[in-house]
Design a protein around this ligand. Sequence first.
Ligand code: SF4
Length: 90
Amino acid sequence: MNGEGTGGPSADRREFLRSIGRAGALALAGLAAARLAPRGRGGRDGQTCVNRGVCTGCDAFDECVLPAAISRKAAAGPTLTGGGPTPPAR
Ligand code: SF4
């Protein structure tokens, strides 16, 4: 009465356990892929942030291609540089 060999509840249980195993394997593969993927704060074109994401005054700002620097350059326009304070307005 346990359903063995009849395709009954035991077969359903086995298929359920197999599907859990497949889902677990897929989850592990996804985690491994996410771990191996390039990160947003480093590794892009081999560059790593040297100033903890504080672009103001960063010596690397002019040549920096990291997302924080690109956003800051885009927001401020083409004349912005990272070195030194902004000159006072006259
Ligand atoms: S410019 Fe900004 S993103 Fe680039 S290294 Fe300096 S702090 Fe980091």
